[in-house]
Ligand binder design. Structure first.
Ligand code: PRP
Length: 206
């Protein structure tokens, strides 16, 4: 059986719809239940429902053979897995943002983020010293209450920035969902994994 780690939450609906369109109808029931393991006996697939930020952990350690994860998480955690396909879902951007009218005149910029490695790398490339403030969510609150000067975060619709009087200052990387595979699994189950990859790629012109 091919073991597939799928993200719960924000990306879930789009990923399940894509799998269904690609002929993996068994995945659809994953959306309507609290079960964390869904078996599709017809296609010989076992789906695991995993927190988005944990998908790559399951794949890296071989608990899942393949998975669907955001490029932002791959950039942050750099797991040793194969990145097989850009699914072109969950399209968004990693950016630097600040309050409207923000003046960048700090010697050591205070940067709030849930992507500390991405932020460090971005500012290292600019030769800029920063104070990194690692948070787990509601990142846009940090500049509003004086915890940081800017944020490194994801922007999708721009709604969160707008609602909090913030603007994007720099684009770091475009982000979308990727199909990833465990390196050993890809040796032993290449045909099953390629079948899924090709079926999903075939839906690219949707
Ligand atoms: C993400 C991100 C932004 C927001 C951007 O947070 O960190 O806060 O979405 O989306 P938008 O441009 O469409 O408004 P998420 O909703 O994942 O929640 P979090 O605050 O718990 O990180």
């Amino acid at each position: 059986m091919l073991r597939v780690a799928l993200p719960k939450g924000r990306l879930s609906g789009e990923v399940l719809a894509l799998l269904e369109k690609a002929g993996y109808e068994g995945a659809a029931s994953a959306g309507d239940s609290r079960k964390l393991v869904i078996e599709d006996a017809v296609n010989q697939i076992r789906y695991f429902l995993v927190k988005l930020s944990d998908v790559a952990v399951y794949v890296l350690h071989g608990a899942a053979d393949v998975g669907v994860v955001g490029k932002d998480i791959l950039l942050e955690t750099t797991p040793d897995v194969y990145e097989l396909l850009d699914l072109r879902l969950g399209v968004c951007s990693l950016i630097v943002a600040g309050l409207e009218g923000f003046k960048d005149n700090q010697e050591r910029l205070r940067v709030a983020t849930k992507f500390p490695n991405v932020a460090r790398k971005h500012y290292r490339a600019q030769g800029r010293e920063i104070v990194l403030i690692a948070l787990n969510g509601s990142i846009e609150l940090a500049p509003l209450v004086g915890l940081s000067d800017v944020v490194v975060d994801i922007v999708q619709t721009g709604g969160t920035l707008k609602a909090n009087n913030m603007v994007a200052l720099e684009q770091i990387e475009p982000v979308s969902a990727r199909l990833i595979a465990n390196i050993a699994s890809y040796k032993f189950m290449a045909s099953e994994i390629d079948r899924m990859k090709n079926a999903l790629a075939g839906e690219e012109d949707r």
